[in-house]
Design a protein around this ligand. Structure first.
Ligand code: KG4
Ligand code: ZN
Length: 329
């Protein structure tokens, strides 16, 4: 069985092919980073236009890389939520058309679920595990008991951690997306400012929530003083953000007696998070799993694979009147 996955929820146009026996056959991502850089963030109308322009060349390349044609596809999986609605509709429309044209099932995929389950494309992880989801739009934790059986633990009350990275980078005039730039720059700096670690001293259930807007604003106030080097600001911000993520993930593991953590979403590419979480978790006998870098940020391999699981394990399909949703937990 071969699944075609399509992902257009934000600013990456991605198509991948997954074979249930052979695994991932192809994984093509066309990034719009250069186009949005000028705006310091994703400009929705431009994103939608670029998806429209890129989706067929990307589809073509994914088929060529896999040495397949449309006739070899057994099902089509599409990201239906959450995301920018004007971006989502492009992938959803192309997916619906292909499903009708080929007379093959159409499978709905939740973007965050896909980020989490993409770990199984490269590694074996035992259930239950804690999923730490860290991206440009999300910062949240779930207990994953099995595929389709999830328990919400906590989420950000304001900005997502990736969003805070992007806004701090914008204030430093570093370009977009800011995460990878700050990550790199912070290696040349020192933690010269002790920035706040928000919600670290909370008690009860609220201690599993996050807040990054206070840290973002505190960092921007330090930037505006004009006395610190960019790399020192980057390092101070990154250390604070990563400390919070590491502390809360391990606290949740202890509270819910979990021995495995899967980190998912764009910020899982962060070098300090990868190092620090592994180091601290190891001390407590907890295993940490990070996707390889090419699966950290948005891609369609995760959509094809999660679509395959939805179809195979849950028999879930949708019809062409299905509407994508911008927000959905
Ligand atoms: O998952 P993703 O590709 O898109 C969303 O679903 O949001 O995540 C993008 C986010 C951006 O905010 C970007 O700055 C951040 O992930 N990011 C990083 C790194 N690489 C990407 N943040 C910190 N360090 C990185 N190395
Ligand atoms: Zn994402």
């Amino acid at each position: 069985m071969v699944i075609l996955g399509i992902e257009t929820s934000c600013d990456d146009t991605a198509v991948a092919l997954y074979d249930e026996k052979k695994g991932l056959l192809s994984n093509v991502v066309s990034s719009q980073t250069k186009i949005h850089q000028e705006w310091g963030g994703v400009f929705p109308e431009l994103a939608a236009r670029e998806h429209t322009k890129n989706i067929f060349p990307v589809l073509d390349k994914a088929l060529k890389d896999a040495d397949l044609t449309l006739k070899d596809i057994d099902a089509v999986a599409i990201t239906v939520s959450p995301g920018l609605i004007v971006s989502l509709v492009i992938g959803v429309s192309v997916g619906k058309s292909l499903s009708v044209l080929l007379n093959k099932p159409l499978i709905p995929v939740h973007h965050i679920e896909a980020h989490i389950f993409s770990i199984f494309l490269t590694q074996k992880v035992e259930y239950p595990f804690l999923a730490l989801v860290v991206s440009g739009g999300h910062t949240e934790m779930y207990i994953i008991n099995d595929f389709g059986n999830y328990q919400f633990v906590g989420s950000t009350l304001d900005d997502a951690v990736g969003e805070a990275y992007d806004k701090v980078a914008r204030a430093l005039n570093l370009g977009y997306p800011g995460g990878p730039i700050i990550d790199k720059l912070s290696k040349e700096g020192n933690e010269v400012i002790k920035l706040p670690r928000p919600l670290l001293n909370e008690k009860g259930k609220n201690r599993f929530n996050f807040s990054f807007s206070g840290l973002k604003s505190a960092t921007i106030r330090e930037i505006e003083k004009g006395i610190y080097k960019k790399e020192d600001i980057a390092c101070s911000f990154q250390n604070a953000a990563v400390d919070v993520l590491v502390f809360k993930a391990l606290d949740a593991c202890n509270e819910f007696n979990l021995k495995n953590i899967v980190v998912a979403g764009g910020v899982s590419a962060n070098s300090r998070l990868r190092e620090k979480l592994k180091e601290e978790a190891e001390k407590q006998g907890i295993n940490v799993y990070f996707p390889p870098l090419y699966l950290c940020t948005d891609n369609a391999a995760m959509v094809a694979y999660t679509g395959y699981k939805r179809f195979k394990e849950k028999g879930e399909t949708i019809t062409v009147d299905f509407q994508p949703m911008a927000k959905c937990r």
